[in-house]
Structures are given as structure tokens and as C-alpha cells.
Design a protein around this ligand. Structure first.
Ligand code: 3HC
Length: 697
């Protein structure tokens, strides 16, 4: 027997124990081990019932995702689960931690399920572009009914033990930390009370009682609204529907067929890449895993504007006290009022309680006085993009903050080293670039300056985890990773409009691709003045940044959503962008001034120019070491800018399209639109010459 699964007997209970850290995933070894242990249990005359239990932090968390895309080695998971379901002795699954995906499916192949109260169960396959492919779509509805099964399977969300009990997914919930004792006690009860075999496949009352085809159509319609571009959620509905239309065996076959279609889809490849990339970014090359971190118990934030307020909320949400500083009382009052309104809106949606609103507000202490930063462990400056102002603030922080306090800037483009040099402690200075809205977006782009100490880098990465963000450590350079690529795309989008596209055509192409909003709707959200100020700073620094119709919008105080007008116009209280003939006129005027005769621009050209300009810049970013790996860039784009995760991120997508095809198109653009803007990155040329991909680096 392989040692990842063992069989032992305790009295009249045969115990099957899985130990395959970190999450007991169902690798080939585990699947074989489970079958062997099951056979032993069946053959053991002294075992009256069997208990399946896992060691370590969790029950089985699913199929082994690392095996996806490789040839499957038998036994398959459905074969293992069928063998469990056909056992001649009752089997109890004892669940702690998370029983997910194939793990829950295996538990559903057992006769009884007991969970500790902290346990969670779920079928998160859809988040990986899949559907439960080992009977989950056929067995879960037999326990929970159609509605709950559809909810769980199409969302991938976990449910807690008590909810699982309510829906019949588990049979009992017990208190206790020792899962083996909980499992044994429950199995002893099963034996002493003479419980019979109870195969989920044979349960039909939920199938007949709930057989109402409208529920499937309703789910399809709501998915069509929420996630029209996704492949697997629709297949999930088809699979669950099969449980209500077909006999069990035929339902399993249908599930397998749909599962294989998902497995072969490019969306599965993209989502699995995104899953591992998200975990990989926390392992920073060159930063030892054992690097010590500084203690962060109190945070100071400079600036109570949109960004500062959002950042403050992140800390208050996890119980870390914040001092929020502004220059003037009215600005401070406004900032706090916005924070309160945001919390109250969350409470209205039922996601937090009224008491939690107050608890969080109490944690955010307003101040007008820098001296109140004497005892903070981390300061995050979040004022607007002006190097002079930022340097003054950092010089002031250097005076008032205690030794060892980390001084961070939320700058989205400016040079961290230039900011650090305003202090006598550049080793403590770092960038912490949050994304708007800062209390929502999951990305935290942490920027290392030339002198930033290792423990400061490790601390800001740990802070990201603590406030539930995905932290990516990047190098210092204009716009770091995300905004550097975004600004290239922004300039290209403006060029496309100059040539004849409309802002709404560009945005439509990007949203059809899967971005939650287009380039121009995003400018309106962030504020037209933000980009304008950045361009002005660059012009001041002597860069050649051409004046565009976007600058004219800023100068006319069309600043985006906040003024009700930007590239689009907005009805009071609405965030829906409405095309504005006044902007069309402004663009036409600009074209006339520049002697441009507008032409029809195809959607494909828009998409290729918007994406390839980012990919080309991404290649330069890699070449310069600003991002350590192509997966860091992918994670930044997925979590900071809503790049569709099912496409894996820009660099993953580039590998999928083929770098040679991308280079050829870039060279064509270079001929058509100018040598400097479309100069191919040398890394891209090198990879193509060597027949390599970004992921090979
Ligand atoms: N296969 C392989 N490795 C896995 C894994 C899996 N299913 N789930 C997690 N891991 C790995 C992670 O990559 C990570 O590895 P690392 O330490 O080398 O980076 C390690 O386990 C720990 O994972 P997390 O950092 O995510 O730890 P958390 O404690 O934060 O979360 C978890 C644990 C909730 C289990 C989370 O990892 C998770 O959601 N995992 C995915 C679960 C899942 O999607 N299961 C379904 C798989 S598909 C399936 O079962 C198909 C079937 O229907 C046929």
C-alpha cells in the first residue's frame, strides 16, 4: 500500500487515513491508495463499518490540479468513488477544514457524512473553468435539491457545516478539534444502531419533489446576464439538469462528457494558470521565505480622499487601527463621511451588521496633526501625484515617525527612490500601490526602491495577505507594472479614436473581450484629472507627451463620474456611461485641427492594438526586471484591472496566441503607425528566435 493512504483498525471500525499535505489533493498516488485501503477494509472481517478521515489541516480539497492537462493515470476518480459507493460495509466520511471538489464528491460517494462545525464544503470546479466531474452534479442534487445544487455548482462558493446540514449535504455536525475522535464516535453510533448502506445514487425524493424545469432556465438566464463569456457555468447547469432527466448511470456519462469539454477549453487553462499564479506571486524570487517581518499594529494614512479612505477601510476591516490625516478639517470630515456611507451601503446589502459599521468607524481615528503618527508602525501616503508635495510629506514623516516605521507611498507612477531620498531612512521606504476602488480591488502592487530593506519588502507582502489582498512585488520605474502597461494601452486607445473609432467602440471591444469596463469608462471612474496630472508631470519632466482631446476634457472640468461628465455623461446617481455628442464634437474638432481624415477602424484592429501594445510593454518590463516573472504581470492585470481570469492574463494569453504571430503583427503596426510606438521589445524578438514562450523564462 502507498503510504499516502493507510488502513488500520480501531475496535470494529476500519479507518482509512489520507495524509498528503498540504491539502490532501486526489493525486494519482492518493487515488490508488484509497482503492487499496478500501479493499483492505472490505476484506477485514473485524471491521463492521469504515471511516474515511484526513490528517493535517483539511479533508480532501479536490482533484490534484497539477495533473490537469496531462494524461490521466488510472484509477480515475469516478472509478474510486463508484468503488466507495459500492462498498459492502457502510462508510462514514469525517470532514474537517474544507471538503472541496473531488473531495466532496468522494464524501458524497460514502454512506454518511459527519462534519465538525468549522468545516466547509463546496464544489469550486467552476472557478477553474470546470464542472464537478466525479459525480458531484448527479449526487449533490439528490441530497440538496436543484436550487441549492445549482447555486453551489455554478458559483463555486463554499457553504459552512450548519448550512450543509440544513441541505442534507452532511448528516451531522459535531463540536471538536480532533477529527479522528469525532469520526470514530459517529461511526460507533452507526454500528451500534445498525445503520444500513445508504447510497446517494438511490435517493430520489428530491429529484421528484423538485422537478421543475424553470429553475434551470432561470439559472441560464441569470448566468447570461452575469457571465455571458464564461463556458463552464452553462455546462454546470446542463449537468445538474441531467440528474433530473436521466437515470443515474446515464447522468454520470453526460457529466463526464461535459466535464471533458470544459477540461479541453482554453478557459480552463487560463483559470488554472490564474489559480497557481495567484499563489506563486507570494514567493518572491530573491527574497528568502524566512525573511523576518516587522510588526504592524497601527497604521497612519496621509490623505482622506478616495484612495486614502479606501485604504483605511482595508485595515479597519481586519481590526487594525488607523490614524487618518488630512490638511484641513472639511476634507477630513468629507473623507470620513464617504467611508461611513460605504460601510452603511455594505450593511444595507446585509454583508456586515450595523454594529460592525460602528466598530470599524471607531478604528479610524481622524487627525490634522502629523505628531499623531509618532506611534504608527506603517504610514501610507495617498495624496495626488505631485512629486514636490510627496517629498515634503516624506520629509515630515521622517521627522515624526518612530525608528523602524515603514513609510509607504501609494503613488501609481512616481519614482519611489526620489521619494525615499527626501528621508534619512530610504531603507524603510517602499511603494504600496492600491487599485481603485481601494476597498474592493484585490491587487496590491508593492514597489521596492533601490534601498528598500528585505524585511520591509517581506512586511508589505505579509500586510497584503493580512488585509486580504493579493500582493505582487515589483521594481521601481515609471508606472511600475500595471499603470505602465495601462498607459500604453490608453495612448493606443486615444490614437484609435483620433484615427476614426469612437470611445464607445473601443470600450465595447474591450468589454466584449471580457474586461469589466473599457478604457474610457475606466478613465471616467478614476477621474480624467488623474491621467491629466500624470501627463502634465511627464511634460514638466521634459517627456514628449502629445496633447490630446482627453486633455481638453480635463481643462473643461469634465473630470468623469465625479463631475457627471467626462468621456461619457452620467445621469445623477447613476454610473452608467452615456455617449455624449458634445464629446464627439470635441473629438471631431481635434481631428480637424490635426488634419486627420477619420477612417473606419475594425473591432479586430482595436483589440489587437490594445492588447499587443500591453504585451510588448510587458516584455520590456520583464527584460528590465521590473516584474520578476510573466505570471506576476498576469496577476497584476487580473486583480488590478479586471483582465478576464479565464484568459489567464496578458502574458499567458500571448503564449497561447503564439509569440511569433504577435511579433509579426507588431511589425506590421510598426510599418503603419510609426517606428517608436511599435518598436518590438528585444525580449519578444529573442524568445521568438529561440522558439520560447514567456512562461519559459
Ligand atoms: N491540487 C493541487 N494543489 C493544490 C490544490 C489542489 N486541488 N489546492 C491547493 N493546492 C496547493 C496550493 O497550490 C498551495 O501550494 P503551494 O503552497 O505550493 O503554493 C497549497 O496547496 C496551499 O493552498 P493555499 O495557499 O490556497 O491555502 P489556503 O489554506 O489559503 O486554501 C484551499 C486552501 C481552500 C484548499 C485552496 O487552496 C483552494 O481553494 N484550493 C482549490 C480547491 C479546488 O478548486 N478544488 C477542486 C479541484 S477540481 C476537482 O476536484 C475536479 C473534480 O471534480 C473531478
Amino acid at each position: 500500500m502507498t503510504e499516502v493512504v493507510t488502513y488500520s483498525r480501531d475496535g470494529n471500525i476500519g479507518v482509512l487515513t489520507v495524509r498528503y499535505p498540504p491539502v490532501n489533493a486526489l493525486s494519482h498516488e492518493v487515488r490508488s491508495g484509497l482503492l487499496e485501503a478500501l479493499e483492505k477494509g472490505q476484506a477485514d472481517e473485524n471491521a463492521k463499518a469504515l471511516l474515511l478521515v484526513c490528517e493535517g489541516r483539511t479533508f480532501i480539497a479536490g482533484a490534484d490540479i497539477r495533473e490537469f492537462g496531462k494524461p490521466m493515470q488510472p484509477p480515475s476518480l469516478p472509478d474510486v468513488i463508484n468503488a466507495f459507493e459500492n462498498s459492502s460495509k457502510p462508510i462514514v466520511a469525517a470532514i474537517h477544514g474544507t471538503a472541496l471538489g473531488g473531495g466532496l464528491e468522494l464524501a458524497l460517494g460514502c454512506d454518511y457524512r459527519v462534519a465538525v462545525s468549522s468545516a466547509k464544503v463546496g464544489l469550486p470546479e467552476v472557478k477553474l473553468g470546470l464542472l464537478p466531474g466525479a459525480g458531484g452534479t448527479q449526487r449533490l442534487p439528490r441530497l440538496s435539491g436543484a436550487q441549492k445544487a445549482l447555486e453551489m455548482i455554478t458559483s463555486g462558493e463554499f457553504v459552512g457545516a450548519s448550512e450543509a446540514l440544513r441541505f442534507g449535504i452532511v448528516d451531522a455536525v459535531e463540536e471538536g478539534n480532533d477529527i479522528l475522535s469525532v469520526g470514530k464516535a459517529y461511526t460507533e453510533k452507526a454500528i451500534s444502531e445498525g445503520w444500513h448502506l445508504r447510497r446517494v445514487r438511490d435517493l430520489t425524493d428530491k429529484l421528484t419533489a423538485e422537478h421543475d424545469s424553470t429553475v434551470f432556465d432561470e439559472f441560464r438566464a441569470s448566468l447570461q446576464k452575469k457571465a455571458p463569456n464564461l463556458f463552464s457555468p452553462f455546462k454546470c447547469v446542463d449537468a445538474v439538469e441531467a440528474a433530473f432527466q436521466l437515470p443515474f448511470e446515464a447522468g454520470l456519462e453526460k457529466e463526464r462528457e461535459l466535464f471533458m469539454a470544459c477540461m479541453q477549453s482554453s478557459q480552463r487553462a487560463g483559470l488554472v494558470h490564474a489559480f497557481f499564479a495567484e499563489r506563486e506571486v507570494s514567493k518572491v524570487p530573491g527574497l528568502a521565505a524566512e525573511t523576518p517581518v516587522r510588526e504592524i499594529n497601527r497604521v497612519g494614512i496621509v490623505g482622506a480622499g478616495t484612495m486614502g479612505g479606501g485604504i483605511a477601510m482595508n485595515f479597519a476591516n481586519v481590526g487594525i487601527p488607523v490614524r487618518l490625516l488630512e490638511a484641513r478639517q472639511d476634507a477630513l470630515d468629507r473623507g470620513l463621511a464617504v467611508i461611513r456611507k460605504n460601510y452603511e451601503n455594505t450593511a444595507k446589502k446585509g454583508r456586515i451588521t450595523a454594529a460592525q459599521v460602528e466598530e470599524r468607524m471607531v478604528l479610524i481615528e481622524p487627525t490634522l496633526n502629523y505628531d499623531d503618527f509618532g506611534d504608527v508602525d506603517l504610514v501610507i501616503e495617498a495624496v495626488f501625484e505631485d512629486m514636490g508635495i510627496k517629498r515634503d510629506i516624506f520629509a515630515r514623516l521622517d521627522e515624526v515617525c518612530k525608528p523602524g516605521a515603514i513609510l509607504a507611498s501609494n503613488t501609481s507612477t512616481l519614482d519611489i527612490d526620489a521619494i525615499a531620498s527626501a528621508t534619512r531612512r530610504p531603507q524603510d521606504v517602499v511603494g504600496m500601490h492600491f487599485f481603485s476602488p481601494a476597498n474592493v480591488m484585490k491587487l496590491l502592487e508593492n514597489v521596492r526602491g533601490e534601498k528598500t530593506a528585505d524585511d520591509v519588502k517581506a512586511t508589505v507582502m505579509a500586510v497584503a495577505k493580512r488585509i486580504n489582498k493579493v500582493g505582487v512585488l515589483v521594481g521601481n520605474g515609471y508606472g511600475f507594472v500595471g499603470n505602465r502597461m495601462l498607459h500604453k494601452r490608453g495612448a493606443e486607445a486615444v490614437a484609435l479614436v483620433n484615427e476614426g473609432a469612437s470611445p464607445q467602440q473601443v470600450d465595447q471591444v474591450l468589454t466584449d473581450f471580457g474586461f469589466p469596463m473599457g478604457q474610457f469608462a475606466m478613465s471616467d471612474l478614476a477621474g480624467i484629472d488623474v491621467g491629466y496630472r500624470i501627463r502634465q508631470e511627464r511634460r514638466k519632466a521634459g517627456e514628449d507627451v502629445p496633447v490630446s482631446w482627453l486633455d481638453k476634457l480635463a481643462e473643461q472640468n469634465r473630470l468623469g463620474q465625479k463631475t457627471g461628465m467626462g468621456v461619457y455623461r452620467y445621469e445623477a446617481g447613476s454610473r452608467a456611461p452615456i455617449p455624449d455628442p458634445q464629446v464627439d464634437a470635441l473629438i471631431a474638432e481635434y481631428r480637424a485641427e490635426q488634419d486627420i481624415t477619420p477612417r473606419a477602424v475594425s473591432d479586430q484592429e482595436i483589440l489587437e492594438r490594445c492588447l499587443y501594445v500591453m504585451i510588448n510593454e510587458g516584455a520590456r518590463i520583464l527584460e528590465e526586471g521590473i516584474a520578476a516573472r510573466s505570471l506576476d504581470i498576469d496577476v497584476i492585470w487580473i486583480y488590478g484591472y479586471g483582465f478576464p481570469a479565464y484568459r489567464g492574463g496578458p502574458m499567458f494569453l500571448a503564449d497561447e496566441i503564439g509569440l511569433d504571430a504577435i511579433l509579426a503583427t507588431i511589425k506590421d503596426f510598426q510599418q503603419r503607425f510609426g517606428a517608436s510606438r511599435w518598436q518590438p521589445a528585444s525580449l519578444l524578438e529573442k524568445l521568438v528566435a529561440e522558439g520560447k514562450r514567456f512562461s519559459d523564462l
